[in-house]
Write a new protein. Structure first.
Length: 320
């Protein structure tokens, strides 16, 4: 089957042409491959892959020390960290999630804002896990910002229309995921290890390494594979970016099928600042932090998510 996902070369010198091609892809398919992303190459990909494998091979008690209060009452975090597999919740993977780093005296850190909480890292870091993932986080922030600038150009907007709503202090999340082979196989269609969904926020930049399993749903309802493309990122947009463009850009349903062996992937969810403000044509203005906290409660791994009083939300949105 011919690959349905367009390829965008991030190294192109004609940004207007690249922007036009990018928006056309996001209006139709909703997924692209990004080639030649600055800072993302075979060496980076290998380092991130090896770091992810190292983490998931840690003893379970070491990983559980890094989980949120949902699984570990002594944990410091309530939002990010390690999430164990829980088939009872249709959660067929392990994952670990980290955020950016802010100074200890930053007002958002001191306020207890859950989206800016300190990331918990493994103690016995024998492979430079923290430095590898922190460096990769920074590469993804830059790639995500360039993606949004190009999408703005392609839609006839000012190139920097999103900048101040994301930087500094984006609440973006970097997640590493491990899917073991499915214990029970479906007798009716493919065995899903991640059910069909579209992402919630703005932009997802995904490293799939050499693994198959990812599929997207085309406009005619057909499910098609997204083959691995080593050295490239798979990028799709989420619900919020689609909504603020009036549905012009497409948030596409996707799923992950069992491949009969271990599978690793690393998505980066590029998200605005907590106090980033947006206008949704169908429903009016929103502030990102309260909006995303409300939606996170839909997800098993984030439930219970903090329910912030309006006075607290107002105070959290005043920091810069």
């Amino acid at each position: 089957m011919e690959n349905s996902v367009p390829v965008i070369d991030f190294s192109g010198t004609d940004r207007s042409a690249t922007a036009k091609k990018l928006v056309e892809a996001m209006e139709t398919v909703g997924f692209v491959y990004l080639d030649n992303v600055p800072g993302y190459n075979a060496e980076t990909e290998k380092a991130v892959y090896e770091a992810a494998k190292w983490f998931f091979n840690l003893p379970v008690e070491e990983k559980m020390k890094l989980s949120s209060k949902r699984w570990n009452k002594d944990a410091r975090g309530v939002y990010r960290g390690y999430v164990p597999m829980d088939p009872s919740q249709q959660h067929f993977r392990e994952q670990y999630e980290m955020g950016g780093t802010l100074p200890d005296d930053d007002p958002d850190m001191k306020s207890g804002n859950p989206l800016y909480e300190v990331t918990q890292y493994p103690d016995n870091d024998t492979v430079q896990f923290r430095s590898t993932m922190s460096s990769y986080y920074d590469v993804m922030v830059n790639a995500g910002m360039e993606f949004l600038r190009l999408s703005a150009i392609g839609m006839g907007l000012a190139e920097n229309v999103y900048d101040s709503r994301f930087l500094p202090k984006s609440v973006s999340s970097l997640r590493i995921m491990y899917y073991p082979p499915a214990a029970t196989k479906s007798t009716d269609g493919p065995t899903l290890i991640c059910k069909e969904h579209f992402d919630t926020t703005f932009v997802t930049l995904l490293a799939t390494f050499t693994y198959t399993g990812l599929e997207i749903r085309l406009s005619d309802g057909t499910w098609v594979p997204v083959p691995p493309r080593p050295g490239s990122l798979v990028v799709n947009i989420g619900e919020l970016l689609s909504k603020i463009t009036g549905g012009k850009l497409k948030a596409t349903y996707h799923r992950v099928c069992d491949i009969g062996r271990d599978r690793y992937s690393v998505p980066f969810f590029f998200e605005p600042r907590f106090d980033g403000k947006f206008e949704i044509p169908s429903s009016g203005p929103i502030t990102y932090g309260p909006w995303i906290l409300q939606r996170m409660r839909r997800h098993h791994e984030y439930n219970p998510c903090p329910r912030l009083p309006l006075s607290t939300v107002a105070s959290l949105c005043t920091h810069t």
